[in-house]
Design a protein around this ligand. Structure first.
Ligand code: NAP
Ligand code: MG
Length: 489
C-alpha cells in the first residue's frame, strides 16, 4: 500500500476489482463512478454478475465452519486488527469517500472514524457476550446459546459508504457469520478499498467478500440464493419490499433499514440559537441524504413567526461547495438524486411557501456541473402535503405549525415512516410524554443524532424492522438455540 492510497486508487491502471476469497477478481464488464461535485468520471470498477455472486457465496460458505468455531477472543482480536487497519488509512479513505460520495471532508472523516469504531465496539461485544440459563425443575438443565446464521448478504446504499459497510459487517462477523457485501454502484470505491484492507489482516480468506454491481443483478442474485442465510438490507422502502418478497422464497430472514420522514418537534421554551444550530445539523448533514435526518420541522405556533426568519438567515449563510473544500453542505450524490430533489422542490412550490433556497448549481454557481441544491426551507406546509409525507432525501426542510402537544404528536405520527424523531423542550415531563408517544425507533431529546455506535437504531412502520448498532445488532445477526438436558436422578 502506498503512502497516498486515495491517489493510488484513482490512478490505478486497470479498474478496481471485486474481492472474493481474499483475492482481487476481475470481470468482463466495468462501470464508472463520478465525482458529484464536478460530474466528472472518477474511477472504473468491475461489474459483478450472478456468476461472481455464486462464487462469493460458495467461498463464504466454505469459510463459515472455521470462522464460526474460531475462539471468540480470536475473532475479537481480528475485528480490532480491522479497526486498526482502517484507522491507519483513515485520511485516504475519507478523501476517497468525499470524492465519490460528495459529502464535506470533515463528515467523511467522521464516518471513517465511526467505521473503525464499529469493528472495535463489536470486538468488545464478543468479549462481553454471555448466554442464559433457564431454571426449570431439578430434572432439567436448560441454557441458550447464540449461533451465527451462515453466509450473510449485505446490501448497502450510497449515503454512508464506509460507515454502513461496518454497521452491517462488524456485528455479522462478530456473531460468527461470513459475508458477501454489495456496495451501491454510485459509491463503490471505499467498500472495495476496505475489502482490500481487510485482506491485509489475519482474517482467513473467504470470510469477507465484496461484489460491486447492479442491484438488479448482483443484489437480486444475493437475495435469491438459497445459501444466503440472512439478509441485511439498507436502502429505500420500495427496494426493501422487493427484497422481502424475494427472501420469502427461501424463508431467508431479513433486516430492513429503510427510509424516513422524520419530525423535529420544537416547543416554545427552547433557546432559539441552540435549536437553530441543531436543526441545521439535523436537516443538512450529508446534504440531507441521511435516512435519519429531520425533514419536517414541527414548530409551535407561538414561536413560528420569530423562529423561522432566524432559521432562514442561518440557512442563507451556509457555504455550499465541493466536499473536498469542506463546506457546510456538499453536492447531492448523483444526477438522479438531483432530479428527484428538484422534482420535489417544484412540488413544494405548488404546495407551500418557498422561503429560502430551491436553486440548483446550474442556475447559480461556479460549479455548474456539480449536483448541488441550495439548503431549502418550505414554510406553512400542510401536514398532508406530499413534501410532508414523502421522503425527498435532500437539503429540504418542511415547516409545519402545531398548536399544542397533542396536535404535535398527531402530526408527527401521521406518516407511513417511523425511523427517528426529535423533541426540543426544557420541560422534562413534556419531553418524556412526547418521546413515548412518537412512533419511531429512536427519539432524540434536545440534540438530533445524539447517541452512536452503541445505541440501537431501526424503524417502526415502513421504515423497516430489525435493529442496527448496539448489542441489538449482534443479536440481529445471530439466532438463539435452546438446549435442554434431562438430568437422570
Ligand atoms: P436503493 O435504491 O433502495 O438501493 C439500495 C441498495 O439496494 C443499492 O445497493 C442497490 O443497488 C440495491 N438494490 C436495488 N434493487 C435491488 C434488488 N432488486 N435486489 C437487491 N438489491 C437491490 O436505495 P438508495 O437510493 O441507494 O439509498 C437511499 C435510500 O436508503 C433512502 O430511502 C434512505 O432512507 C435509505 N437508507 C436507510 C438507512 C437506514 O439505516 N434506515 C440508512 C441509509 C439509507 P444499485 O447499486 O443498483 O443502486
Ligand atoms: Mg460517485
Amino acid at each position: 500500500m502506498t503512502v497516498s492510497h486515495e491517489r493510488a486508487v484513482l490512478e490505478r491502471d486497470g479498474p478496481l476489482s471485486m474481492i472474493i476469497d481474499g483475492e482481487q477478481v476481475d470481470a468482463e464488464k466495468t462501470f464508472k463512478t463520478r465525482n458529484p461535485a464536478t460530474g466528472e468520471e472518477l474511477a472504473t470498477v468491475v461489474k459483478g454478475t450472478e456468476k461472481h455472486v455464486n462464487r462469493a457465496i460458495s467461498v463464504a460458505n466454505d469459510a463459515f465452519d472455521e470462522w464460526k468455531d474460531t475462539a471468540p477472543s480470536k475473532r475479537a482480536a481480528i475485528l480490532r486488527e480491522i479497526a486498526e487497519k482502517i484507522r491507519e488509512h483513515s485520511d485516504d479513505l475519507a478523501r476517497l469517500d468525499c470524492l465519490d460520495q460528495g459529502k464535506p471532508l470533515s463528515q467523511s472523516e467522521h464516518d471513517v472514524e465511526k467505521t473503525a469504531r464499529y469493528f472495535e465496539y463489536y470486538a468488545s461485544v464478543i468479549d462481553a457476550h454471555r448466554g442464559d440459563s433457564i431454571p426449570l425443575n431439578s430434572e432439567y438443565m436448560d441454557f441458550t446459546q447464540r449461533e451465527p446464521y451462515g453466509v450473510v448478504g449485505e446490501i448497502v446504499p450510497w449515503n454512508f459508504p464506509t460507515n454502513l459497510f461496518a454497521r452491517g459487517a462488524a456485528p455479522a462477523l462478530a456473531a460468527g457469520n461470513t459475508i458477501v457485501l454489495k456496495p451501491s454502484q454510485v459509491t463503490p470505491l471505499t467498500a472495495i478499498v476496505i475489502g482490500e484492507l481487510i485482506t491485509e489482516t489475519s482474517i482467513p480468506e473467504g470470510i469477507v467478500n465484496v461484489v460491486p454491481g447492479s442491484g438488479s443483478e448482483v443484489g437480486k442474485a444475493i437475495c435469491e440464493h438459497k445459501n444466503i442465510s440472512k439478509i441485511g438490507f439498507t436502502g429505500s422502502t420500495s427496494t426493501g419490499r422487493t427484497i422481502m418478497k424475494s427472501a420469502a422464497e427461501n424463508v431467508t430472514p431479513v433486516s430492513l433499514e429503510l427510509g424516513g420522514k422524520n419530525p423535529y418537534v420544537v416547543f416554545p421554551d427552547v433557546d432559539f440559537d441552540t435549536v437553530a444550530d441543531d436543526i441545521i445539523t439535523a436537516n443538512l448533514f450529508n446534504a440531507g441524504q441521511t435516512c435519519s435526518h429531520a425533514s419536517r420541522l414541527l414548530i409551535h405556533e407561538d414561536i413560528h413567526d420569530e423562529f423561522i426568519p432566524l432559521l432562514v438567515e442561518r440557512y442563507e449563510n451556509l457555504t455550499v461547495g465541493r466536499g473536498i473544500d469542506d463546506p457546510d453542505v456538499g453536492p447531492l450524490v448523483s444526477e438522479d438524486q438531483l432530479e428527484t430533489v428538484t422534482k420535489y422542490v417544484e412540488i413544494g412550490k405548488e404546495e407551500a411557501d418557498l422561503v429560502t433556497g430551491g436553486q440548483t448549481a446550474r442556475e447559480s454557481s461556479d460549479l455548474p456541473d456539480g449536483y448541488f441544491v441550495e439548503p431549502t426551507i418550505f414554510d406553512n406546509v400542510d401536514h398532508e402535503a406530499r413534501i410532508s409525507k414523502e421522503e425527498i432525501f435532500g437539503p429540504v426542510l418542511s415547516v409545519i405549525e402545531f398548536s399544542n402537544e397533542q396536535d404535535a404528536i398527531e402530526k408527527a405520527n401521521d406518516v407511513d415512516y417511523g425511523l427517528t424523531s426529535g423533541v426540543a423542550t426544557k420541560d422534562i415531563d413534556r419531553a418524556n410524554r412526547v418521546a413515548r408517544a412518537l412512533q419511531s425507533g429512536q427519539v432524540f431529546v434536545n440534540e438530533w443524532y445524539a447517541g452512536g455506535v452503541e445505541t440501537p437504531f431501526g424503524g417502526y412502520k415502513q421504515s423497516g424492522f430489525g435493529r442496527a448498532k448496539g448489542i441489538e445488532a449482534f443479536k440481529e445477526y445471530s439466532q438463539v438455540k435452546n438446549i435442554c438436558y434431562k438430568v437422570r436422578q
